[in-house]
Design a protein around this ligand. Structure first.
Ligand code: NI
Length: 400
Protein backbone atom coordinates (compact mmCIF):
# COMPACT_ATOMS: atom_id res chain seq x y z
CA UNK A 1 0.00 0.00 0.00
CA UNK A 2 1.31 3.39 -0.91
CA UNK A 3 0.95 6.46 1.21
CA UNK A 4 -2.63 7.81 1.46
CA UNK A 5 -3.41 10.56 -1.02
CA UNK A 6 -2.90 14.01 0.44
CA UNK A 7 -6.07 15.30 2.05
CA UNK A 8 -7.80 17.90 -0.09
CA UNK A 9 -7.80 21.22 1.76
CA UNK A 10 -11.27 22.03 2.99
CA UNK A 11 -12.81 24.70 0.72
CA UNK A 12 -12.69 28.07 2.44
CA UNK A 13 -16.03 29.82 2.49
CA UNK A 14 -16.94 33.14 3.95
CA UNK A 15 -17.88 33.28 7.60
CA UNK A 16 -18.37 36.25 9.89
CA UNK A 17 -14.81 35.67 11.12
CA UNK A 18 -13.20 35.69 7.66
CA UNK A 19 -15.06 38.87 6.80
CA UNK A 20 -14.37 40.69 10.07
CA UNK A 21 -11.14 42.39 8.85
CA UNK A 22 -13.28 44.51 6.49
CA UNK A 23 -15.54 45.82 9.25
CA UNK A 24 -13.40 48.92 9.82
CA UNK A 25 -13.33 49.82 6.10
CA UNK A 26 -17.09 49.41 5.81
CA UNK A 27 -17.68 51.55 8.90
CA UNK A 28 -15.58 54.37 7.43
CA UNK A 29 -17.45 54.25 4.11
CA UNK A 30 -20.83 54.02 5.83
CA UNK A 31 -20.26 57.01 8.09
CA UNK A 32 -18.75 59.04 5.26
CA UNK A 33 -21.82 58.39 3.10
CA UNK A 34 -24.10 59.13 6.07
CA UNK A 35 -22.41 62.50 6.58
CA UNK A 36 -22.83 63.37 2.88
CA UNK A 37 -26.38 62.33 1.98
CA UNK A 38 -27.74 63.02 -1.51
CA UNK A 39 -31.30 62.91 -2.83
CA UNK A 40 -32.41 60.67 -5.69
CA UNK A 41 -30.59 61.19 -9.02
CA UNK A 42 -28.23 63.62 -7.27
CA UNK A 43 -25.98 60.89 -5.82
CA UNK A 44 -22.89 62.25 -7.58
CA UNK A 45 -20.51 62.18 -4.64
CA UNK A 46 -21.79 58.80 -3.44
CA UNK A 47 -21.59 57.27 -6.92
CA UNK A 48 -18.09 58.68 -7.28
CA UNK A 49 -17.01 57.14 -3.98
CA UNK A 50 -18.50 53.79 -5.00
CA UNK A 51 -16.89 53.82 -8.45
CA UNK A 52 -13.44 54.80 -7.12
CA UNK A 53 -13.53 52.06 -4.48
CA UNK A 54 -14.67 49.39 -6.95
CA UNK A 55 -11.86 50.38 -9.33
CA UNK A 56 -9.38 50.24 -6.46
CA UNK A 57 -10.52 46.65 -5.82
CA UNK A 58 -9.78 45.80 -9.48
CA UNK A 59 -13.45 45.69 -10.51
CA UNK A 60 -14.58 46.97 -13.94
CA UNK A 61 -16.91 49.96 -13.46
CA UNK A 62 -19.63 51.50 -15.60
CA UNK A 63 -20.89 54.89 -14.40
CA UNK A 64 -24.09 56.71 -15.25
CA UNK A 65 -26.40 53.68 -15.61
CA UNK A 66 -29.87 55.14 -15.04
CA UNK A 67 -28.33 58.63 -14.57
CA UNK A 68 -26.39 58.28 -11.28
CA UNK A 69 -26.29 54.48 -11.00
CA UNK A 70 -23.02 52.48 -10.95
CA UNK A 71 -22.42 48.85 -11.99
CA UNK A 72 -19.28 46.89 -11.12
CA UNK A 73 -18.42 43.65 -12.96
CA UNK A 74 -16.17 41.03 -11.33
CA UNK A 75 -15.32 37.79 -13.15
CA UNK A 76 -13.58 34.65 -11.93
CA UNK A 77 -13.10 31.34 -13.76
CA UNK A 78 -14.82 30.43 -17.03
CA UNK A 79 -18.45 29.83 -16.09
CA UNK A 80 -21.11 31.90 -17.88
CA UNK A 81 -23.30 32.08 -14.75
CA UNK A 82 -24.10 35.64 -13.60
CA UNK A 83 -25.54 36.94 -10.35
CA UNK A 84 -26.65 40.52 -9.57
CA UNK A 85 -26.35 42.09 -6.11
CA UNK A 86 -28.10 45.41 -5.61
CA UNK A 87 -27.83 48.26 -3.10
CA UNK A 88 -29.55 51.66 -3.13
CA UNK A 89 -27.66 54.93 -2.54
CA UNK A 90 -30.17 57.77 -2.04
CA UNK A 91 -31.13 59.76 1.05
CA UNK A 92 -34.34 61.55 2.11
CA UNK A 93 -35.43 65.21 2.42
CA UNK A 94 -35.51 65.10 6.24
CA UNK A 95 -33.50 67.39 8.59
CA UNK A 96 -31.33 65.12 10.73
CA UNK A 97 -31.94 65.20 14.50
CA UNK A 98 -28.82 63.18 15.43
CA UNK A 99 -25.84 64.89 17.04
CA UNK A 100 -23.13 62.26 16.52
CA UNK A 101 -19.96 63.06 14.59
CA UNK A 102 -21.10 61.50 11.31
CA UNK A 103 -24.41 63.42 11.16
CA UNK A 104 -25.43 64.95 7.85
CA UNK A 105 -23.53 68.05 6.74
CA UNK A 106 -26.28 68.81 4.18
CA UNK A 107 -29.15 70.79 5.72
CA UNK A 108 -32.53 69.12 5.26
CA UNK A 109 -31.15 65.86 3.81
CA UNK A 110 -30.25 62.68 5.68
CA UNK A 111 -29.87 58.93 5.37
CA UNK A 112 -33.00 58.05 7.35
CA UNK A 113 -33.57 54.73 5.59
CA UNK A 114 -30.14 53.13 5.99
CA UNK A 115 -29.23 53.15 2.30
CA UNK A 116 -25.78 54.33 3.45
CA UNK A 117 -25.42 50.94 5.14
CA UNK A 118 -26.73 49.05 2.10
CA UNK A 119 -24.08 50.70 -0.07
CA UNK A 120 -21.28 50.05 2.45
CA UNK A 121 -22.23 46.36 2.86
CA UNK A 122 -22.18 45.77 -0.89
CA UNK A 123 -18.86 47.60 -1.22
CA UNK A 124 -17.47 45.37 1.54
CA UNK A 125 -18.64 42.24 -0.27
CA UNK A 126 -17.11 43.55 -3.51
CA UNK A 127 -13.74 44.15 -1.88
CA UNK A 128 -13.77 40.73 -0.24
CA UNK A 129 -14.83 38.84 -3.38
CA UNK A 130 -12.24 40.71 -5.47
CA UNK A 131 -9.53 39.69 -2.98
CA UNK A 132 -10.58 36.06 -2.55
CA UNK A 133 -12.20 35.17 -5.92
CA UNK A 134 -13.41 31.79 -4.66
CA UNK A 135 -16.16 31.54 -7.26
CA UNK A 136 -16.65 30.70 -10.94
CA UNK A 137 -18.76 33.17 -12.91
CA UNK A 138 -19.65 36.85 -12.98
CA UNK A 139 -20.91 39.12 -10.21
CA UNK A 140 -22.72 42.33 -11.13
CA UNK A 141 -22.60 44.84 -8.28
CA UNK A 142 -25.56 47.15 -8.90
CA UNK A 143 -25.59 50.49 -7.03
CA UNK A 144 -28.98 52.04 -7.70
CA UNK A 145 -30.01 55.70 -7.44
CA UNK A 146 -33.34 57.19 -6.37
CA UNK A 147 -35.13 54.35 -4.59
CA UNK A 148 -37.33 56.72 -2.54
CA UNK A 149 -40.18 57.15 -5.00
CA UNK A 150 -38.28 58.67 -7.93
CA UNK A 151 -37.98 55.50 -10.00
CA UNK A 152 -34.27 54.71 -9.83
CA UNK A 153 -34.68 50.97 -10.42
CA UNK A 154 -36.83 51.58 -13.50
CA UNK A 155 -34.33 54.18 -14.73
CA UNK A 156 -31.53 51.58 -14.61
CA UNK A 157 -33.75 48.99 -16.35
CA UNK A 158 -34.70 51.52 -19.04
CA UNK A 159 -30.98 52.22 -19.49
CA UNK A 160 -30.46 48.56 -20.38
CA UNK A 161 -29.32 47.25 -17.00
CA UNK A 162 -30.27 43.63 -17.67
CA UNK A 163 -29.29 43.60 -21.35
CA UNK A 164 -25.89 45.18 -20.70
CA UNK A 165 -25.36 43.25 -17.45
CA UNK A 166 -27.52 40.11 -17.70
CA UNK A 167 -28.27 38.32 -14.43
CA UNK A 168 -29.56 34.77 -13.87
CA UNK A 169 -30.76 35.88 -10.45
CA UNK A 170 -30.64 39.05 -8.38
CA UNK A 171 -30.53 39.69 -4.64
CA UNK A 172 -30.91 42.71 -2.40
CA UNK A 173 -31.64 43.51 1.23
CA UNK A 174 -33.02 46.24 3.46
CA UNK A 175 -32.14 46.93 7.08
CA UNK A 176 -35.01 46.39 9.48
CA UNK A 177 -35.40 48.41 12.68
CA UNK A 178 -36.57 46.54 15.81
CA UNK A 179 -35.08 43.31 14.47
CA UNK A 180 -31.97 42.29 16.42
CA UNK A 181 -28.59 42.56 14.71
CA UNK A 182 -27.67 39.04 13.64
CA UNK A 183 -31.17 38.13 12.52
CA UNK A 184 -32.62 37.92 9.01
CA UNK A 185 -36.22 37.87 7.70
CA UNK A 186 -36.92 36.25 4.34
CA UNK A 187 -39.97 34.71 2.75
CA UNK A 188 -41.08 33.27 -0.58
CA UNK A 189 -43.80 35.10 -2.45
CA UNK A 190 -44.98 38.61 -1.53
CA UNK A 191 -42.65 40.41 0.88
CA UNK A 192 -43.66 44.08 0.54
CA UNK A 193 -46.67 45.86 -0.91
CA UNK A 194 -46.84 47.61 -4.23
CA UNK A 195 -47.81 51.27 -4.06
CA UNK A 196 -49.88 53.53 -6.31
CA UNK A 197 -50.71 57.23 -6.03
CA UNK A 198 -53.93 58.68 -7.43
CA UNK A 199 -55.51 62.02 -8.17
CA UNK A 200 -59.20 62.56 -8.91
CA UNK A 201 -60.17 65.95 -10.37
CA UNK A 202 -63.88 66.77 -10.15
CA UNK A 203 -65.55 69.44 -12.22
CA UNK A 204 -69.03 70.68 -11.27
CA UNK A 205 -70.55 74.12 -11.72
CA UNK A 206 -69.71 76.96 -9.37
CA UNK A 207 -72.55 78.91 -7.80
CA UNK A 208 -73.47 81.35 -5.05
CA UNK A 209 -73.45 79.64 -1.66
CA UNK A 210 -77.05 80.67 -1.14
CA UNK A 211 -78.27 79.39 -4.53
CA UNK A 212 -77.20 75.71 -4.77
CA UNK A 213 -79.95 74.93 -7.29
CA UNK A 214 -78.03 76.87 -9.95
CA UNK A 215 -74.78 74.86 -9.59
CA UNK A 216 -73.23 71.40 -9.27
CA UNK A 217 -71.40 71.19 -5.93
CA UNK A 218 -67.93 69.69 -6.55
CA UNK A 219 -67.31 69.49 -2.77
CA UNK A 220 -70.35 67.25 -2.27
CA UNK A 221 -69.29 65.01 -5.17
CA UNK A 222 -65.77 64.76 -3.69
CA UNK A 223 -67.20 63.76 -0.31
CA UNK A 224 -69.38 61.05 -1.89
CA UNK A 225 -66.41 59.68 -3.85
CA UNK A 226 -64.27 59.50 -0.69
CA UNK A 227 -66.94 57.38 0.98
CA UNK A 228 -67.54 55.25 -2.14
CA UNK A 229 -63.84 54.39 -2.47
CA UNK A 230 -63.92 52.73 0.93
CA UNK A 231 -66.20 50.06 -0.51
CA UNK A 232 -63.48 48.80 -2.88
CA UNK A 233 -61.55 46.82 -0.27
CA UNK A 234 -64.62 45.63 1.61
CA UNK A 235 -66.91 44.82 -1.38
CA UNK A 236 -64.84 44.42 -4.56
CA UNK A 237 -61.80 42.44 -3.35
CA UNK A 238 -61.70 38.90 -2.03
CA UNK A 239 -61.38 38.95 1.77
CA UNK A 240 -57.89 37.39 1.68
CA UNK A 241 -56.55 39.88 -0.88
CA UNK A 242 -55.07 42.54 1.39
CA UNK A 243 -55.13 46.14 0.15
CA UNK A 244 -55.25 49.68 1.50
CA UNK A 245 -57.10 52.62 -0.12
CA UNK A 246 -56.36 55.91 1.66
CA UNK A 247 -57.61 59.32 0.53
CA UNK A 248 -54.98 61.63 1.99
CA UNK A 249 -55.76 64.96 0.32
CA UNK A 250 -59.02 66.88 -0.26
CA UNK A 251 -58.88 70.30 -1.88
CA UNK A 252 -61.92 72.42 -2.68
CA UNK A 253 -63.22 75.94 -2.30
CA UNK A 254 -61.88 79.40 -1.48
CA UNK A 255 -64.75 81.28 0.17
CA UNK A 256 -67.63 80.81 2.60
CA UNK A 257 -70.26 81.95 0.15
CA UNK A 258 -69.12 80.15 -3.01
CA UNK A 259 -70.03 76.60 -4.00
CA UNK A 260 -66.80 75.34 -5.57
CA UNK A 261 -66.73 74.49 -9.24
CA UNK A 262 -63.83 72.07 -8.85
CA UNK A 263 -62.43 69.72 -6.21
CA UNK A 264 -59.40 67.44 -6.04
CA UNK A 265 -58.80 64.21 -4.18
CA UNK A 266 -55.50 62.41 -3.81
CA UNK A 267 -54.18 59.39 -1.99
CA UNK A 268 -52.41 56.08 -2.07
CA UNK A 269 -53.19 52.42 -2.66
CA UNK A 270 -51.14 49.45 -1.39
CA UNK A 271 -51.51 45.81 -2.44
CA UNK A 272 -49.42 42.64 -2.59
CA UNK A 273 -50.11 41.65 -6.21
CA UNK A 274 -50.31 43.40 -9.55
CA UNK A 275 -53.77 41.90 -10.15
CA UNK A 276 -55.20 43.37 -6.95
CA UNK A 277 -53.56 46.73 -7.65
CA UNK A 278 -55.02 46.80 -11.16
CA UNK A 279 -58.46 45.81 -9.81
CA UNK A 280 -58.40 48.68 -7.31
CA UNK A 281 -57.55 51.08 -10.15
CA UNK A 282 -60.45 49.82 -12.29
CA UNK A 283 -63.00 50.02 -9.46
CA UNK A 284 -61.76 53.49 -8.51
CA UNK A 285 -62.30 54.70 -12.08
CA UNK A 286 -65.84 53.24 -12.18
CA UNK A 287 -66.88 54.58 -8.77
CA UNK A 288 -65.50 58.06 -9.43
CA UNK A 289 -67.11 58.33 -12.87
CA UNK A 290 -70.42 56.85 -11.71
CA UNK A 291 -70.66 58.99 -8.59
CA UNK A 292 -69.80 62.16 -10.49
CA UNK A 293 -72.35 61.35 -13.21
CA UNK A 294 -75.05 60.79 -10.59
CA UNK A 295 -74.60 64.39 -9.44
CA UNK A 296 -74.09 65.91 -12.89
CA UNK A 297 -70.34 66.43 -12.52
CA UNK A 298 -67.38 65.00 -14.45
CA UNK A 299 -64.09 63.51 -13.24
CA UNK A 300 -60.59 62.74 -14.42
CA UNK A 301 -58.85 59.89 -12.60
CA UNK A 302 -55.06 59.58 -12.69
CA UNK A 303 -53.94 56.26 -11.14
CA UNK A 304 -50.14 55.74 -11.13
CA UNK A 305 -48.38 52.60 -9.92
CA UNK A 306 -45.15 53.91 -8.34
CA UNK A 307 -43.92 50.62 -6.86
CA UNK A 308 -44.67 47.07 -7.97
CA UNK A 309 -45.28 44.57 -5.16
CA UNK A 310 -42.00 43.00 -4.00
CA UNK A 311 -42.44 39.29 -4.75
CA UNK A 312 -39.65 36.77 -4.09
CA UNK A 313 -39.21 33.66 -6.21
CA UNK A 314 -39.62 30.52 -4.16
CA UNK A 315 -36.28 28.97 -5.20
CA UNK A 316 -34.25 32.15 -4.63
CA UNK A 317 -35.94 32.80 -1.28
CA UNK A 318 -35.14 29.24 -0.18
CA UNK A 319 -31.55 29.71 -1.31
CA UNK A 320 -31.19 33.07 0.50
CA UNK A 321 -32.68 31.56 3.67
CA UNK A 322 -30.17 28.72 3.47
CA UNK A 323 -27.23 31.16 3.23
CA UNK A 324 -28.58 33.17 6.20
CA UNK A 325 -29.03 29.95 8.20
CA UNK A 326 -25.44 28.88 7.51
CA UNK A 327 -24.23 32.29 8.74
CA UNK A 328 -26.33 32.87 11.86
CA UNK A 329 -28.16 29.60 12.61
CA UNK A 330 -31.79 28.64 11.98
CA UNK A 331 -32.99 30.26 15.20
CA UNK A 332 -31.99 33.66 13.78
CA UNK A 333 -33.74 33.36 10.42
CA UNK A 334 -37.48 34.04 10.30
CA UNK A 335 -38.86 32.41 7.15
CA UNK A 336 -42.42 33.61 7.75
CA UNK A 337 -42.14 37.26 8.81
CA UNK A 338 -45.15 39.57 8.63
CA UNK A 339 -45.88 41.18 5.26
CA UNK A 340 -44.68 44.79 5.04
CA UNK A 341 -47.15 47.42 3.81
CA UNK A 342 -44.35 49.79 2.77
CA UNK A 343 -42.96 49.55 -0.76
CA UNK A 344 -39.57 49.06 -2.40
CA UNK A 345 -38.57 49.68 -5.98
CA UNK A 346 -36.29 46.60 -6.15
CA UNK A 347 -39.70 45.12 -7.02
CA UNK A 348 -39.26 46.34 -10.61
CA UNK A 349 -35.97 44.44 -10.91
CA UNK A 350 -37.72 41.32 -9.52
CA UNK A 351 -40.30 41.66 -12.31
CA UNK A 352 -37.43 41.29 -14.82
CA UNK A 353 -35.18 38.69 -13.16
CA UNK A 354 -35.87 35.97 -10.56
CA UNK A 355 -34.49 36.86 -7.18
CA UNK A 356 -35.05 37.61 -3.55
CA UNK A 357 -35.22 40.62 -1.25
CA UNK A 358 -34.65 40.08 2.45
CA UNK A 359 -34.38 42.04 5.68
CA UNK A 360 -31.33 42.31 7.92
CA UNK A 361 -31.74 43.29 11.56
CA UNK A 362 -30.72 46.84 12.44
CA UNK A 363 -31.07 46.33 16.18
CA UNK A 364 -33.41 47.31 18.96
CA UNK A 365 -31.23 49.91 20.68
CA UNK A 366 -30.66 53.56 19.67
CA UNK A 367 -31.53 53.95 16.02
CA UNK A 368 -34.19 51.31 16.59
CA UNK A 369 -36.77 53.94 15.72
CA UNK A 370 -38.60 53.41 12.45
CA UNK A 371 -37.00 54.24 9.13
CA UNK A 372 -37.73 57.74 7.80
CA UNK A 373 -37.47 59.09 11.38
CA UNK A 374 -35.11 62.10 11.85
CA UNK A 375 -33.13 60.15 14.50
CA UNK A 376 -32.56 57.07 12.33
CA UNK A 377 -29.09 55.61 11.86
CA UNK A 378 -27.89 52.42 10.19
CA UNK A 379 -26.28 50.10 12.73
CA UNK A 380 -22.62 49.54 11.84
CA UNK A 381 -22.66 46.22 13.71
CA UNK A 382 -24.82 44.85 10.87
CA UNK A 383 -22.23 45.62 8.17
CA UNK A 384 -20.22 42.36 8.36
CA UNK A 385 -23.43 40.32 8.43
CA UNK A 386 -24.73 41.82 5.21
CA UNK A 387 -21.37 41.63 3.44
CA UNK A 388 -20.85 38.02 4.59
CA UNK A 389 -24.31 37.12 3.28
CA UNK A 390 -23.48 38.50 -0.17
CA UNK A 391 -20.03 36.90 -0.30
CA UNK A 392 -21.21 33.49 0.83
CA UNK A 393 -24.17 33.66 -1.54
CA UNK A 394 -21.79 34.19 -4.48
CA UNK A 395 -19.37 31.45 -3.33
CA UNK A 396 -22.26 29.01 -3.01
CA UNK A 397 -24.31 29.93 -6.08
CA UNK A 398 -21.22 30.31 -8.30
CA UNK A 399 -19.30 27.45 -6.68
CA UNK A 400 -16.16 26.58 -8.62
NI1 NI B 1 -35.21 52.23 2.20
Amino acid sequence: MGPPPPAKPAPMTTTLETLAPLHADMTVWRQDIHAHPELGFQENRTAGLVARQLEAFGITVTRGVGRTGVVGVLRAGRSTRRIGLRADMDALPIPEANRFAHRSVHAGVMHACGHDGHTAMLLGAAKYLAQTKRFDGTVHFIFQPAEEGLGGAQAMIDDGLFTRFPCDAIFGMHNRPRLEVGRFNVRAGPMMAGGAFFDIRITGKGAHGARPETGVDAALVAAQIVVSLQSIVSRNLAPLDAAVVSVTRILAGDAYNVIPQTAELGGTVRAFSRDVMDAVGRHMQRLAEGTAAAYGATVEVDFRVRFAPTVNNADEAEFAARICTELVGPENVDRNPPLIMASEDFSFMLEQVPGCYLNIGNGVEDGGCEVHNPAYDFNDRALPLGAAFYARLIETRLAA
